[in-house]
Write a protein that binds this ligand. Structure first.
Ligand code: URP
Ligand code: ZN
Length: 460
């Protein structure tokens, strides 16, 4: 069955074009004025934006982290993502048993996702130790559909600087991408311990134990390591501070190349005063890095405007509020880290970015769809609307407003970090490979219909 999307404002990074789209066999087969096909199902998009399917390249579905497990599995989490207008995810997978091969965790995640995900999906490999075998395995995986790997500079399974240098060199040779969670582990551990010893255990000390310099220092160090490896593709996940952006800008002015920056919606909107909310509410916002100050928010928006920040993702990693409170109420260091956001990203970013005139709708497409697709090796199949690409798209009505309310969301957390947020720009329809996944807020897809995407090399 073919579909025509009639009269919408089709947005790509190059511009906005009022036209029709013809979709056949899940692929966009033509775009232009007044397309006709008598057998086609016609969707009227007059007055609406037709945007390339947004891609969230930082989710943690079903993540086991220490004693806790993120409460959205690949089924419920991707339903939430779809209802929020995302059509593809690339998931950051959990650490495996000590010493395991890279393939071990990829196999575990295929079990979790293949028969459950309603969206097309990929995995970033996860690095938790480095030796010759791991480097050889990395090289093979980069050539075989897993071009991106995640390394952490904090937590128990962090890599040391010399290990980071080795993986950066491997990525340089093979042409993949290294995604890094950059925070200074030892300083953070020292501050956390000191606060707890002094009885400073409330949620606000989560933020105070991870000051902006702990991120910026790690970012600066990492870019120096990247220089020593000849500047492979380096992707800095969830950058949250003005200080980090200063490091990145300075490094780029001094010749640094292939440094890409992701931030997440929470760092574009929410401030650290949230940690002071009473009755455990502040614990909802315990995530790493923590929420920051208004000046950081302003700097991140400027970074997006100037192109220093290329991607806005979510770091979706939800836990039940009760578990956060039970574990974190007497000691913030015991609170599971992470929060939900995959369903809120598109509406929040469209409102705060496009409707508040901080960015154009083309820039929205760049940071929500196109750049993530390019960096993660799935462009132009995903991330753009052109003849020959997957018909992954959303219809957004910029005239419609709504309120974010946890009770209307589809994830399992049961709360939203954006409760009561008034958005402008409603997602009327979500389409994946030509199939309508969500219409007027109703999910119409099926468990397991998402496909694993064998990805190519980054192309930004
Ligand atoms: O607090 C967060 N971000 N939790 C998820 C795991 C991680 O640090 O990426
Ligand atoms: Zn994360």
């Amino acid at each position: 069955m073919s579909t025509i999307i009639r009269n919408g404002f089709v947005v790509n990074t190059e511009g906005v074009m009022k036209c029709d789209l013809l979709i056949e066999d899940g692929i966009i087969s033509a775009m232009g004025g007044r397309l006709s096909d008598e057998t086609a199902n016609v969707i009227d998009a007059a007055g609406k934006y037709v945007l390339p399917g947004p891609v969230d390249v930082h989710t943690h579905m079903d993540l086991q982290t220490g004693a806790f497990r993120a409460v959205d599995d690949f089924y419920q989490g991707t339903i939430a993502a779809a209802c929020g207008g995302t059509t593809t995810i690339v998931d950051h997978i959990a650490f495996g048993p000590k010493g395991c091969k890279l393939q071990h965790q990829l196999d575990v995640y295929h079990e979790l996702a293949d028969s459950n995900s309603v969206l097309d999906f990929g995995f970033h490999g996860v690095l938790q130790h480095v030796n010759k075998d791991i480097l050889v395995e990395m090289d093979g995986l980069i050539k075989d559909g897993i071009p991106s790997f995640k390394a952490y500079m904090t937590y128990d399974s962090r890599l040391s600087d010399d290990e980071l240098l080795q993986v950066l060199k491997t990525v340089k040779k093979a042409g993949g991408l290294l995604a890094v969670h950059a925070e200074n582990h030892h300083v953070i551990e020292y501050l956390r311990k000191s606060f707890v010893e002094d009885g400073k255990t409330e949620a606000i000390y989560h933020a105070l134990s991870r000051p902006s310099h702990t991120e910026a220092e790690a970012v600066g160090r990492l870019i120096h390591l990247s220089a020593m490896a000849g500047y492979p593709n380096l992707y800095l996940v969830h950058i949250s501070t003005a200080e980090s952006l200063k490091e990145i800008r300075k490094a780029k002015e001094n010749g640094a190349r292939n440094v890409f920056v992701e931030t997440c919606i929470q760092y574009l909107l929410l401030v650290e005063e949230k940690y002071l909310l009473p009755e455990g509410e502040g614990l909802k916002y315990v995530m790493s890095p923590p929420l920051r100050k208004q000046e950081d928010i302003d700097a991140l928006w400027e970074g997006i405007q100037e192109g220093l920040v290329q991607v806005v993702a979510t770091d979706h990693c939800p836990f039940y509020f009760e578990d956060k409170v039970r574990n974190g109420k007497d000691d913030f260091t015991k609170c599971p880290n992470g929060g939900p956001g995959v369903e809120e990203r598109v509406r929040v970013l469209f409102t705060e970015g496009v409707m508040k005139k901080r960015i154009s709708v083309q820039r929205f497409v760049e940071i929500a769809s196109c750049n993530p697709a390019k960096l993660m090796g799935i462009y132009p199949k995903k991330g753009t609307i052109q003849p020959g690409t997957d018909a992954d798209l959303i219809l957004v009505d910029p005239e419609k407003i709504g309120l974010i309310k946890a009770e209307s969301l589809h994830g399992n957390a049961g709360y939203s970090l954006y409760e009561g947020f008034e958005y402008q720009g409603e997602i009327d329809m979500v389409m994946q490979r030509g199939e309508i996944l969500v219409k007027d807020g109703i999910f119409l897809g099926k468990r397991g219909e998402g496909r694993f995407i064998k990805r190519g090399l980054p192309s930004l």
